[in-house]
Design a protein around this ligand. Structure first.
Ligand code: GLV
Ligand code: GLV
Length: 316
């Protein structure tokens, strides 16, 4: 039977789907990621790895795993934690879990958009202080969405699903796209015209710190920025400074530059809504992701083509 390492406990139905179909090595440690040393040790001799975004899969790990390794199946759509070129060079298949998390992640982007423009987390924190208050025309004013412009950065599956929801809020939508297309706008135009910017681009060397001090200065002072993609697309120290200086209105973050650490300067600001990487965190979506990753890893170790293969060139 093929040997498979799973680096974090998954939802029950996903673990059940693997049980009995491979020689399963399941890391069940505390909620933190598997320690690097233990990852290197337990990867040794495995035919398949089912990994999370917190595990770095690089040349060192592939060396430690050994030449029998056939597939790395990531439990997620993003795979910036995996050195795909290095896997391809060694003939190791890389798979991910697209599509099944698109709608849940778009919902979370909207949860952060609404929380940011209407100061939901700040209002919740305020009421819990028990301080006296009474309804008033000047209290905790936010920003209107209706009639304003939503800018989508990265117009893939999740970006489009987020854009679709804007119709219900009466917003105009503009977007940038990696390859550019007839209806996309230049990044500078999007930054200057948007009242809400939602990030849906993958993390690559080109997108790292796409949002920096210069970009924040070019955004509207009433604008909000929401990131449900990957933390390093945003320079967090520059974001904290822009919020402090009033260069933008608010931000909603699901992901962090040095995840799981959160920039201290952001924690001190009431204009930031933060949640712990919950984009795909619904019972339904996490079951679908787990089952998809299981299917990918079992296909890979059996010598079949995984349904969501990132590096098809391995097979040619
Ligand atoms: C989660 O962030 C994912 O990439 O699926
Ligand atoms: C507010 O609660 C209103 O009735 O306008």
């Amino acid at each position: 039977m093929a040997k498979v390492l799973v680096t974090r406990e998954m939802v029950d139905e996903a673990v059940r789907a693997l049980t009995g179909r491979c020689e399963l090595d399941l890391y069940t440690g505390p909620p933190e990621a598997i320690p690097r040393d233990e990852f290197l040790e337990r990867a040794a001799g495995k035919d398949g790895l089912l990994t999370m975004l917190s595990e770095r899969v690089d040349a060192e790990l592939l060396d430690a795993a050994g030449p029998q390794l056939r597939v790395v199946a990531n439990h997620g759509v993003g795979y910036d934690n995996i050195d795909v070129a290095e896997c391809t060079k060694r003939g190791v298949l890389v798979a991910n879990t697209p599509d099944v998390l698109t709608e849940a992640t778009a919902d979370l982007a909207w949860a952060l958009i609404l929380a940011s423009v209407r100061r939901i987390a700040e209002g919740d924190r305020f009421l819990r202080t028990g301080k006296p208050w009474i309804w008033g025309p000047r209290m905790m004013l936010g920003q209107e969405l209706h009639g304003r412009t939503l800018g989508i950065v990265g117009y893939g599956r999740i970006g489009r699903a987020t854009a679709r929801r804007a119709e219900g809020f009466g917003m105009r939508v503009i977007h940038t796209a990696r390859a550019g297309s007839a209806d996309s706008v230049p990044f500078g135009t999007l930054v200057a015209e948007s009242d809400v910017i939602s990030i849906h681009a993958p993390l690559t060397p080109e997108t790292r710190h796409l949002f920096d001090a210069d970009v924040f200065r070019r955004m509207k002072p009433t604008a909000v920025l929401v990131n449900t993609a990957r933390g390093p697309l945003v320079d967090e120290a520059a974001l904290a400074e822009a919020l402090r200086a009033g260069e933008i209105f608010a931000a909603g973050l699901d992901v962090f530059e040095r995840e799981p650490e959160v920039e201290k300067a952001l924690l001190a600001l009431d204009t930031v809504t933060i949640v712990p990487h919950l984009g795909s965190a619904t019972a339904q979506t996490r079951a679908a992701m787990g089952l998809f990753a299981v299917e990918n890893v079992l296909d890979g170790v059996a010598g079949h083509r995984p349904r969501a293969l990132v590096n098809p060139e391995v097979l040619t």
